[in-house]
Design a protein around this ligand. Sequence first.
Ligand code: SF4
Ligand code: SF4
Length: 153
Amino acid sequence: MRPNFWQQYTLEELTTAEWEALCDGCGACCLEKFLDDPDEPYTVEYTDVACKLLDCETGYCSNYANRHQYVPECVSLTPAKLPDMMWLPENCAYKRLYLGQDLPKWHLLLTNDIEATKQGMRQAGVGVAGRCVSETWVNEDDLEERIIQWVHA
Ligand code: SF4
Ligand code: SF4
């Protein structure tokens, strides 16, 4: 990856490896959410109910390479889709760079230290690991009762 690529190049100019490295693995985009008003994406309400493929202990997709076989609606993030994805959490590097903001200070690309990044994410309250439940175990009618306040767009 090129040095400081997130500052030197546009999102469209990034290599696949650079693009993937922007993801902090918070898992928030894998939570069920209510997008009440498509014109007001920041009004999204997140729940603690996760996609059936999310490993709720680790917060990572359990079958990322083949995910579309099981979850066809899983969004493959691209620069072109970002304008319609402002419901992403405020920590998400894709959204932040799109909006002209910096990476969060705990991002692995800045710390180069996985433990420091994990600690920073914990302190910032970022990450779904250990605090979500699979949609497999939740009735769709109960989703509204599962709205949470710890993910902010
Ligand atoms: S919200 Fe953004 S940073 Fe978090 S897992 Fe999804 S794509 Fe990655
Ligand atoms: S398929 Fe994987 S990456 Fe896509 S929403 Fe589900 S858990 Fe997340």
